[in-house]
Write a protein of this length. Structure first.
Length: 313
């Protein structure tokens, strides 16, 4: 099983559609979406719940701390036709954990279990959890008890990022607790953290049920096709030159603007900067791409990039 990690500000519908184009077997997860926001029908929150049929199976990731809001949110997500629900117990962002959301739930095992159970009981959709290995530190006993309580609550799969909250994104992900979790659970276990190549993906998978890829897809959605092929014992040759990549980059930009208007354009600026690197004048083009105002402008700049690339050959 190959999954695209939920990443706020990046894995919107447009990027998920791009990933599905290059690696169709990928399971995509939305960015974290507030259960409270869904309960109160917040306009912006509801926009995060829109998706395209091509993204299926699509998992909606919820964050919050009130079991009753998760219940309402789960029913709403089900009625909107998503294929699964994931509960965020991994986000380390200060403003998220200060309100006891995200990975702060790891410090409240009873509440975390109640949220898991209530969500499971509120929907027919499969419910999973994405978590870190611990909050301040990794404590094996606490970790095993917690994940077993999730399984007992009816969770259908567990994704584990091999870092503590305290680590943020520093250091390297420790996969030992993930393999240990697999030994203690009968539900599928998905490993996450620092996979940057098809080779590493194959090595990491071992007896796990799946792997989830995050940051390595920035500027390189083709890595999902490489990993997808490698897991099937096949080889995928990704486009090597920027010229070859341009059609998909422009398709990404078109989708971003078509699905999310100005918000999509603003999000796309970050992606554009990650695609354009490794040639003379790349930084000058990046400087322009992070300020673009329309699809036409993006297309124009890429025409100039093509000319610049031809000249440098
Ligand atoms: C910009 C960014 C936003 C993220 N947003 C979320 C999120 O909304 N929900 C979540 O569970 N994890 C989120 N994460 C964590 C990733 O899903 C993943 O666990 C982490 O990046 C480690 O995987 P990687 O080494 O493959 O990137 C985010 C990470 C990044 C870099």
């Amino acid at each position: 099983m190959l999954l695209l990690a939920p990443m706020a500000g990046y894995t919107d519908s447009a990027f998920r559609q791009v990933i599905k184009k290059v690696a169709p077997s990928t399971i995509c997860v939305t960015e974290l979406i507030s259960a409270d926001g869904i309960k109160f029908g917040g306009k912006r929150t509801m926009e995060y719940l829109t998706f395209d049929e091509s993204e299926r199976p699509l998992i909606v990731q919820l964050f919050g701390k009130k079991p009753e809001f998760f219940s309402v949110a789960a029913q709403t997500v089900e009625s909107l036709g998503a294929d699964g629900i994931d509960i965020n117990m991994g986000c380390p962002a200060r403003k998220v954990i200060h309100s006891l959301h995200g990975s702060a739930l790891l410090t409240k095992p009873c509440l975390a279990e109640e949220i898991a159970r209530t969500t499971v009981e509120s929907t027919k959709l499969p419910v999973s959890i994405k978590m870190r290995v611990g909050f301040k530190d990794y404590d094996e006993d606490h970790f095993i008890k917690l994940i077993q309580s999730f399984e007992k609550a009816g969770i259908k799969a567990l994704t584990i990022h091999g870092r503590t909250t305290k680590q943020g994104f520093l250091g390297t992900a420790d996969w030992d607790p993930i393999y240990l979790a697999k030994k203690h659970l009968s539900i599928p276990v998905i490993g996450n953290g620092d996979i940057t190549s098809a080779q590493i993906a194959k090595t990491r998978l071992k007896d796990l049920d799946g792997i989830m890829i995050g940051r390595a897809t920035f500027g390189n959605p083709w890595i999902m096709a490489e990993i997808e092929a490698a897991l099937k014992g096949k080889k995928y040759t990704r486009p090597k030159s920027l010229e070859e990549k341009i059609p998909l980059i422009l398709e990404h930009a078109r989708l971003a603007i078509e699905t999310s208007g100005r918000k999509g354009l603003l999000e796309m600026r970050k992606h554009l900067a990650t695609y354009v690197k490794g040639f003379e004048h790349a930084s000058a083009f990046r400087g322009r791409l992070v300020r673009v105002e329309s699809l036409e402008e993006i297309q124009e700049i890429f025409k100039e990039i093509e000319v610049a690339l031809e000249r440098s050959e």
